[in-house]
Design a binder for this molecule. Sequence first.
Ligand code: FBP
Length: 266
Amino acid sequence: MRIFINKLLRNDKSLMLAYDQGLEHGPKDLDMKTVDPKYIFDIALEGMYEAIIVQHGVAEKYYQKYYKEVPLVIKLNGKTSMTNIAPISRQLCSVERAIKLGAVAVGYTVYTGSPNEPEIFSEFSKIVETAHDYGMPVIGWMYPRGPGIDERSVDVLAYAARVGLELGADMLKMKYNDNPEGFKWIVKCAGKARVMVAGGDRIDEQHFLQKSEEIMKTGVTGMAVGRNVWQHQYPMAISKALRKIVHHGATTQEAERIYEEEIHKK
Ligand code: FBP
């Protein structure tokens, strides 16, 4: 079966911009600038991201012709942070609708270890089947979560990565646990499913770039970041620096130099 994964890659690496936090975390992550999806789409376009990840509602209203150079990934499920239920995030958009909206790939959060695992796995597997019939890659947000689950444990994350591979995901979006050696094993367990690392809470740029360099050395395909880019005062400077690390294997020092040059151009 031919899956068009190349649409998400440049020289076998990938840098994506995630913007579904308005749903997942609420407007507390946003301000007067970042609340406007257009601001984020502009960063994705100018920063030459390999993809922008949004919910279907945002795609429908903001993914205009003008942005077509930025491949679109539609997140098919989602939930707010207000619910107090055992982890589950239901499908809200079909693969067919994502295709109509211009998506080249779809994403879905799989909470391994959740008491709702059976429903989650079954919903995800149907999505994989449908998307693959169209040759469309599927990105699994492989997030271990639930009572008694240690979300940063190497064993738990390696298990989540393996589940992603076994359930047919083509890419796995995972959170980094600050354990470079352990993360290499997690990437191995993912096999041919490519691992993309999420950005996480906003941290200062020096630590973010350092962390990104460390992450890229674990064998991942790239990063799918959100807040550390679009909440930044200089999103283009941080994007260019990050790009150097992800696509050109730059060191933190080299990336910092690019960042400094960019902010002094302003
Ligand atoms: P960030 O880079 O901003 O952390 O975004 C990554 C992401 O996977 C988003 O796509 C999603 O909204 C969020 O993290 C979900 O994380 P959590 O479930 O921990 O709130």
